[in-house]
Design a protein around this ligand. Structure first.
Ligand code: FAD
Length: 288
């Protein structure tokens, strides 16, 4: 099913993200993770794409597994380091495998990267145009409540988002954030600027101390005092930190929903027990 249809027909949605393994011999483990996560019945499940595009087959394999478990898959695809020829090949394969949804991304710029030539796409909107040329997909894009780090200003960032939507992005999934106010302000600005597609709030449950620093660095997200206090108090105790991280993420989702944000995407970090506990904490709220 197309995600645009799911978002249109359901008042509240919760989706999950998984990532494929780095080595092929671990693919069965990731498939088992998908099977466990499917039991929580998310509205759809996305699968990430390796930064350099070298493991596109892994993403495809996991997308197929999601589909085989009766869940709608969303396949991520990046363009910056893949030739147009390679992109066309991957999109055609997705079409042949009846994957209907693609999250079209530029990809992060690798260190020392020199932009090659016209055989490559520079921005996500170019990838969106290319995917639309190849098939009738539902296409989503990424958005950044606290601005993409390369954007000159918040205004430029949202203007570029608007352009991405005008090219055909039917929903935007956000970068993780820990302060709901940031997302709510961002949503207001998007509405003012005419970005009129569903904005899906990306929530990352922080369940261990090692994950904290890296997630914050990668996402450029600000961290509220309340969250710092939790890390200070429980960061050294894995069991307590996991429990506190799950509760924090659950509370974040409930607060977002209370503020009219009805579409949530959970960065599960391939931990079925974490996503299941969050879903349990929301069971009546989701089915309301
Ligand atoms: P774009 O939308 O192209 O934007 C990149 C920058 O260029 C922004 O600063 C934007 O404002 C600017 N820009 C856009 N259009 C123009 C224009 N016309 N003129 C001038 N400037 C412009 N990475 C992976 O490698 N694999 C993944 O699976 C993956 N999944 C992700 C999922 C989500 C939900 C998110 C939020 C990010 C994900 N990423 C992934 C990371 C993503 O690839 C990076 O954040 C990347 O730096 C930007 O990608 P984008 O699609 O937002 O780029």
């Amino acid at each position: 099913m197309k995600i645009s249809e799911i978002l249109k027909n359901k008042e509240v949605t919760v989706s999950f993200e998984v990532f494929p393994p780095k080595q092929w011999d671990k693919i069965e483990n990731t498939k088992a993770t998908v099977r466990k996560m499917s039991k929580s019945n998310p509205d759809f499940m996305s699968v990430t794409y390796g930064a350099a595009g070298t493991r596109s087959g892994f993403t495809q394999e996991i997308a197929n597994e999601i589909k085989d478990n009766g869940i709608t898959p969303l396949s991520h695809l990046t363009c910056l380091t893949s030739t147009k020829e390679k992109i066309d090949r991957v999109v055609t394969e997705l079409k042949e495998n009846n994957i209907e949804n693609i999250l079209a991304l530029r990809g992060d710029i690798p260190e020392g990267f020199v932009f090659p030539d016209k055989q490559y796409f520079r921005y996500a909107y170019e990838l969106i145009n290319e995917i639309k040329r190849i098939g009738d997909f539902c296409i989503g894009g990424a958005c950044y409540p606290e601005m993409h780090p390369e954007s000159e200003s918040r205004e430029a960032d949202i203007n570029n988002l608007k352009f991405k939507v005008d090219c055909g992005a039917e929903f935007l999934t956000s970068q993780m954030f820990f302060d709901n106010e940031k997302f709510l302000e961002f949503k207001e600005l998007c509405i003012k600027k005419g970005v009129n597609v569903p904005l899906i709030a990306g929530i990352m449950p922080i369940t261990n101390a090692n994950q904290i620093k890296r997630s914050i660095e990668l996402s450029n997200s600000s961290v509220p005092k309340k969250f710092f206090k939790i890390m200070e108090r429980f960061g050294d105790d894995p069991k307590s930190m996991k429990q506190a991280g799950i509760v924090y993420a659950t509370e974040q989702i409930i607060d977002l929903m209370a503020n009219g944000v009805n579409n949530i995407h959970i960065y599960t970090m391939n931990k079925p027990e974490v996503s299941a506990q969050i879903m349990n904490g929301l069971s009546d709220i989701i089915n309301h």
